[in-house]
Design a protein around this ligand. Sequence first.
Ligand SMILES: [Zn+2]
Length: 57
Amino acid sequence: MDMPEGTGQDNQDWHDDEYQVPCPACGASVAFKRTDKVQVCGTCGKSVVNPGPQADR
Ligand SMILES: [Zn+2]
């Protein structure tokens, strides 16, 4: 019996489009999209460089 696609496995949902990176200056979460290179922290105003999608390291 075939399983309907898209059910039961959602492990990769979190890094599909956007992810949170802690600001190195103040620790607040900054939302990055995969295509963003730099974002400005909404809390302290510092520019935060996108570290890239987080992989195992
Ligand atoms: Zn900050």
